[in-house]
Design a protein around this ligand. Structure first.
Ligand code: SF4
Ligand code: SF4
Length: 400
């Protein structure tokens, strides 16, 4: 019976990843996208929860949480991220899979054109998928087909496609070997229990020196020489060695995944991993707390600098102000603006201050006036209150 192989497991994980990347932009929760940075709405949708860009602290927390999770995965799984999950690897593996059948001696003539076609199709899908993380997929498709109305978008799409195609056809894995800074950075995150690809030193005397592990390596390295920063942890050398050694009486490969570098230590939480785990939990708790307690309304007021104050026939003065009202809830809301508490003597609000309807997850600007009736004794400060129905939704203090 053949020894178990790593490649089918890696391909299954990569297939799931591609399916998730292609389908997730179409997934909605209560009508909202599951995950999208919607540029038109300036809103990050996270698990269907809209976080407007003006709630910057929440968006920043999301970014920091992603970074922390990424670093934690690296500290635990090492460069397995590169060999199994990194898009550069996944799409290069996909092109290889598409062309493998033709890479026999008598099919070389068509292997190259097939590689070009596969790279172009994959690059086109990647470019379209990238748009779908920033706008609804249906709209992205419609806008790309509406060439006269969206020329810049089409040019961006073509540049992305060309970039992806050249990357798959020319750059390939040399990017991982020579240019990717993350590979070097990962070395700094290696912990006592980080998962590695290891040549099992305790079995070195059983090595047949057949070089099957070296021939199959996409990074052209010899894992028998020990840990190398170029190794992406793909596991191809494990399969190659198992293919050779399964015909021998011992029937065990000489290369395997191993947590840490010492045999039999198993998974351990090193200092770096613990620190990153605590940081991830801390950020996740902060994000949950921030989302649960976030203000559903935004209210800002400023004087319209370009409009002079108006002298009314009775000698009183009215200044023009602008209010920006944000509705971060999932339904349209009606707002009004009023003076907070006891109205100060001699001040009233005029203009568009009632029945201000703001659509869900939108902002609206309204112009109104602060009328100072007794201009010889204007109040130093007044407090403007935003009302949602009969509930206070925010307030600001201004000097009329
Ligand atoms: S040494 Fe093995 S795991 Fe590392 S890149 Fe080469 S084939 Fe992949
Ligand atoms: S494939 Fe296995 S037996 Fe052959 S050289 Fe590599 S480690 Fe040695």
């Amino acid at each position: 019976m053949p020894l178990p192989r790593i490649t089918p497991k890696r391909q299954l994980v990569q297939s799931l990843l591609i399916a998730v990347a292609l389908l997730l932009p179409f997934v909605t929760v209560s009508g909202n996208p599951f995950l999208r940075m919607d540029i038109a709405k300036m809103t990050l949708f996270l698990a269907g929860i809209p976080l407007r860009i003006d709630q910057f602290y929440l968006v920043l927390l999301v970014i920091l949480l992603f970074v922390a999770v990424f670093l934690l995965v690296t500290a635990v799984l090492g460069r397995v991220w590169c060999g199994w999950l990194c898009p550069q690897t996944v799409f290069n593996d996909l092109v290889e899979l598409c062309t493998r059948k033709f890479r026999t001696q008598n099919s070389q003539a068509i292997a190259r054109p097939v590689e070009h076609i596969a790279s172009l199709v994959i690059a086109t899908l990647i470019a379209f998928n990238l748009f779908c993380w920033f706008m609804p997929p249906r709209q992205a498709g419609a806008d790309l087909l509406d060439i006269p109305g969206h020329q810049l978008m089409l040019v961006t799409f073509l540049i992305l496609t060309l970039f992806g195609y050249l990357n798959l056809i020319l750059v390939k894995r040399s990017f991982c070997r020579s240019y990717c800074p993350y590979g070097r950075f990962q070395t700094a995150l290696m912990d006592a229990g980080t998962l590695n690809i290891s040549f099992l030193e305790e079995s070195r005397d059983r090595c047949l020196r057949c070089n099957a592990c070296v021939r199959t390596c996409p990074m052209a390295i010899d894992i028998r020489e020990g840990f190398q920063v170029e190794c992406i942890g793909c596991g191809r050398c494990i399969d190659a060695c198992r293919g050779i050694m399964e015909k021998k009486p011992e029937r065990t490969g000489l290369i395997d995944y191993r947590f840490g570098t010492v045999k039999g230590t198993g998974f351990r939480l090193g200092k770096t991993t613990v620190a990153l785990l605590l940081m991830t939990l801390f950020l996740a708790a902060g994000l949950i707390w921030g989302v649960a307690g976030r203000n559903q309304n935004a209210f800002a007021v400023q004087r319209v600098a370009t409009a002079d104050s108006r002298l009314l026939p009775d000698g009183s003065q009215a200044q023009v102000w602008r209010a920006i009202i944000g509705n971060r809830s999932e339904a349209a809301q009606g707002y009004s603006i009023r003076l907070a508490g006891e109205s100060p003597n001699g001040v009233e609000l005029l203009g568009q201050i009632r029945e201000i309807k703001v659509e869900a997850n939108q902002h609206r600007e309204v112009i109104f006036m602060i009328h100072v009736i007794n201009k010889s004794r204007p109040p130093e400060k007044i407090v403007l209150q935003l009302m949602r129905g009969d509930q206070s939704a925010g307030s600001v203090s201004v000097s009329p």
